[in-house]
Design a protein around this ligand. Structure first.
Ligand SMILES: Nc1ncnc2c1ncn2[C@@H]1O[C@H](COP(=O)(O)OP(=O)(O)OP(=O)(O)O)[C@@H](O)[C@H]1O
Ligand SMILES: [Mg+2]
Length: 228
C-alpha cells in the first residue's frame, strides 16, 4: 500500500496540476514509484476522434514521468467547464462514492507514493441530486487523507488561504503545508504574503514555485514525510 497526500487549491487554475507534476517527479528521485489520481475532471478537451482527454492526468503523467499503469488516473471526465456535480448532471453520469473509493484504492496499491489532485477549491460539489449530496471535502474526510494547499503567491492570497485553512480545520482535515505558486522572489508583497499566510494559518509554506519552474526547491525526503 502506498502513502498518499491530497493536493487542494485555493481555487481553480491556481496551479494544482502544475505543482503536482513537480511533486510526482521529485518523489521519483527517491527511487520509488510515484503516481497520480483525480476523482473528477470537467472541462476536458476531445481528441480528433472525439474521445475526452484527461488533461490534468496526461500532463502529470508526462512531466512527472509516471510510467505505464493499470490504475485509473481519473475516474470521471466531463467536457463541460463547470462544477463536477453539474457536468455529471448534464451528462447523466453521476459520481458514485463507491467507484471513487475503488479507483482510489487501486491507484493507492499501484504506487509507493500517490498524489491525489482535487477539482477546483476545497468546496466543490461532486454530486447533488435526489439520491445523494456530497462535496470533495466529504470524500477527502471519508478516505482519511491530509492535504497540501496550493495557492497563488499574489494579491488576494491571504484571504483565500486563510479561508481554506479555516474550513479544513472546521471539518477536521489536517493541513500539511502550503505551496505558493507563481512566486516572484524579492517582490515585497509576495514575500509579505508568505509571512502573513504562515502566521495566520499556522501552516508552513514548504515551497515557492516560480514561473515555468521545472523543479521543486525542496528535498525529496522532506516532501515524502508529508505523505501518509
Ligand atoms: N508556475 C507556473 N509557471 C508556468 N505556468 C503555470 C504555472 N502554474 C500554473 N501554470 C499554468 O497555468 C494554468 C493553470 O494551472 P493548472 O492547470 O495547474 O491549475 P489547476 O489548479 O490544476 O486547475 P484545475 O482546477 O482546472 O485543476 C496551466 O496552463 C498551467 O500550465
Ligand atoms: Mg488541475
Amino acid at each position: 500500500m502506498g502513502k498518499c497526500l491530497f493536493v487542494t487549491g485555493t481555487g481553480t487554475d491556481v496551479g494544482k496540476t502544475y505543482v503536482t507534476a513537480l511533486m510526482v517527479k521529485k518523489l521519483r528521485a527517491l527511487g520509488k514509484t510515484s503516481g497520480y489520481y483525480k476523482a473528477a475532471l470537467s472541462g476536458a478537451e476531445k481528441d480528433s476522434s472525439g474521445h475526452l482527454l484527461p488533461g490534468d492526468a496526461d500532463y502529470v503523467r508526462r512531466i512527472g514521468g509516471i510510467g505505464r499503469s493499470t490504475a485509473p488516473l481519473v475516474s470521471y471526465v466531463y467536457p463541460d467547464p463547470v462544477s463536477p456535480h453539474l457536468a455529471a448532471r448534464l451528462h447523466q453520469q453521476p459520481i458514485s462514492m463507491e467507484r471513487l473509493d475503488a479507483d482510489f484504492a487501486s491507484a493507492k496499491s499501484s504506487f509507493d507514493y500517490l498524489t491525489v489532485e482535487g477539482s477546483g477549491g476545497i468546496v466543490c460539489p461532486l454530486r447533488w441530486d435526489r439520491e445523494a449530496k456530497f462535496c470533495l471535502d466529504d470524500w477527502i474526510r471519508h478516505i482519511g487523507l491530509s492535504v497540501l494547499m496550493i495557492a497563488d503567491a499574489g494579491l488576494g492570497t491571504i484571504n483565500a488561504t486563510v479561508l481554506t485553512a479555516e474550513h479544513l480545520q472546521k471539518i477536521g482535515i489536517p493541513l500539511k503545508g502550503i505551496i505558493l505558486n507563481r512566486f516572484h522572489p524579492q517582490n515585497i508583497m509576495e514575500e509579505d504574503n508568505l509571512h502573513m499566510v504562515e502566521e495566520m494559518t499556522g501552516a508552513r509554506v514548504i515551497a515557492k514555485v516560480t514561473e515555468n519552474a521545472t523543479d521543486l526547491e525542496i528535498k525529496a525526503e522532506g516532501l515524502a514525510t508529508l505523505y501518509e
